[in-house]
Write a protein that binds this ligand. Structure first.
Ligand code: BES
Ligand code: MN
Ligand code: ZN
Length: 504
């Protein structure tokens, strides 16, 4: 299987004297909303005139993310200047990510191989360097094509950053390194999401975990169908029993704080394809269901970044991986199954399979010592009715825990919005014949799903992130291409780094 190979950006950072040695094709210059640029003394007066001209005509107003490319016609060493709108407005990191995304889009379009970036004076810090790198790398990612012909595809080979002072150099480099680790994690998650289900089965996903464990020294435990049966993982097995591709319970452990008893459990829904099972989905658009392991992709991408950045925190990642198929051996509406926790579930709709595999995923995380839980899942279409493809829905049994995660999401530039779990909703999962039922009816579908999962968190602090609307894009948007988005890698990793700092 082809997987994302790290984007190994070549770059150097220096102060003004490095400029004269550069032989880049293009120079990037930041411009504020007044039309003033941030590269004093580095732009030829004639080209400054061109900038004023564009501004007067209203073609380029220096609005955030706006770009204008001007050929230098021999007036400067570089063939082009790229003017980009930049206001250090709040939040500056989000703005910088988006700005770098538009720059990257232009690089791609113009097939730029080398560029020199003049970093604005007040922006030469590690946070903004990381955000810049994230936006740039994320804008480069394209879904792999399996076409038999070679695609002409070249991407940026070399970047030179010019920062205002000598002291800023090492901070900027640290930030770029950090941004590369984060964005490679996101691109890895996108790639896992984009691989079709005939190429990414539960068994293949387990191989990926083994590969990560070898690369980063994680402890890896895989429950194959026999081990899962021995452990009575009835939820995972029920969902997987209709498919010729057997299920796997995948566990990766990372010990970044050996002296602490706290272990963060991150659990990702790994349904490699969701046909709906016997409660079959309609045909139109069903191909999107290759992304029903988007939650798994998010936690895999996070673990990759964890391996790179080595935060001081204990983490156990769990992915219940299964394929939801209709067949002679498939589970059926009306079935009552016993999950790994011992709790029973009345199956009313085989298409509400995510919550069933997650039930066993949460139990697995708890048995591996998790003291707090975050699950990420393409759980419902209903969350898309509420929040569209813009915002991830969040649920919790402990508000203070979720507040920290929402704070991290704001730093990371991903939208997360809390939905309620008022006690009046409890009847949505009440069953006459089992502890819970897996389908609550027409309304409040995202909430019913969350309540079901909460049942298996066993009173431990728990957050559920429903990425049913945000894991997959039908059209590109900003630095997000069509297909898998890798959503929640940035948020989870930022949360983990914040926690790491607060315990250090
Ligand atoms: N994987 C789907 C949810 C989904 C649908 C995510 C479309 C992204 C796009 C999930 O397994 C599912 O089928 N959910 C059902 C639940 C219902 C039967 C209670 C849904 O949301 O319709
Ligand atoms: Mn489903
Ligand atoms: Zn599903």
């Amino acid at each position: 299987m082809r997987v994302w190979t790290d984007y190994s950006l070549q770059w150097e950072t220096g102060s003004a004297d490095l400029m004269n040695q550069s032989d880049c094709e293009l120079m990037v210059v930041f411009v504020d909303a007044k039309g003033e640029h941030h590269a004093t003394g580095m732009v030829h007066p004639k080209l400054e005139e061109a900038l004023r001209n564009l501004n007067d005509r209203g073609t380029f107003r220096g609005q955030a993310g706006e770009v204008a490319v001007v050929p230098t016609l021999g007036l400067q060493r570089e063939q082009y200047i790229l003017f980009v709108g930049w206001e250090k407005a709040n939040p500056a990191v989000t703005n910088m990510r988006a700005t770098a995304g538009s720059i990257g889009g232009k690089f791609h379009e113009m097939n730029i191989q080398s560029a020199i970036i003049i970093v604005p004076k007040l922006s030469a810090n590690a946070q903004l360097a990381s955000a810049f790198t994230e936006g740039l790398i994320l804008s480069f990612y394209r879904r792999f094509s399996y076409a038999s012909y070679e695609r002409a595809f070249t991407i940026l080979a070399k970047l030179t950053f010019i920062v205002p002072t000598e002291e800023a150099i090492s901070n900027w480099n640290t930030g770029v390194e950090h941004g590369l680790s984060i964005s490679n994690g996101v691109c890895y998650a996108r790639e896992l999401t984009n691989v079709p289900s005939n190429r990414l089965t539960p068994v293949r996903l387990a191989h990926e975990a083994e590969r990560l464990s070898e690369q980063y020294g994680f402890k890896c435990t895989i429950y194959d169908e026999k081990l899962a049966k021995q452990h009575q993982m009835g939820g995972l097995l029920a969902v997987g029993q209709g498919s010729a591709n057997y299920p796997r319970m995948i566990v990766l452990s990372y010990q970044g704080a050996p002296s602490s008893d706290e272990i963060l459990g991150i659990v990702g829904k790994g349904v490699t394809f969701d046909t709906g099972g016997i409660s079959l989905k309609k045909a139109a658009g069903m191909e999107e269901m290759i992304s029903d392991m988007g939650g798994a992709a998010a936690v895999f991408g996070t673990m990759k970044a964890v391996g790179e950045l080595q935060p001081q925190l204990n983490i156990v990642m769990v992915v219940p991986a299964a394929e939801n198929m209709p067949s002679g051996s498939a589970y059926k509406p009306g079935d009552v199954i016993t999950t790994y926790s011992g709790q029973t579930v009345e199956v009313l709709n085989t298409d509400a399979e995510g919550r069933i595999v997650l039930a066993d995923g949460l139990t697995t995380a708890l048995k591996h010592g998790a003291t707090k839980l975050i699950d990420v899942a393409t759980l419902t279409g209903a969350v898309m009715h509420a929040l569209g493809d813009v915002t991830t829905g969040a649920f919790t049994n402990e508000d203070a825990f979720l507040q920290k995660l929402i704070h991290a999401s704001e730093q990371a530039g991903e939208y997360v919005w809390q939905l309620p779990l008022y006690p009046e909703y409890d009847r949505l999962i009440k069953s006459d014949v089992a502890d819970v039922k897996n389908h609550g009816g027409t309304w409040a579908g995202a909430i019913a799903g969350a309540l079901f999962i909460r049942h298996f968190a066993e009173q431990k602090p728990w957050i559920h992130l429903d990425i049913g609307g945000t894991a997959w894009m039908w059209e590109s948007r900003g630095f997000e291409g069509k297909g898998g988005t890798g959503v929640m890698v940035r948020t989870l990793m930022t949360f983990i780094e914040n926690e790491s700092q607060s315990t250090a």
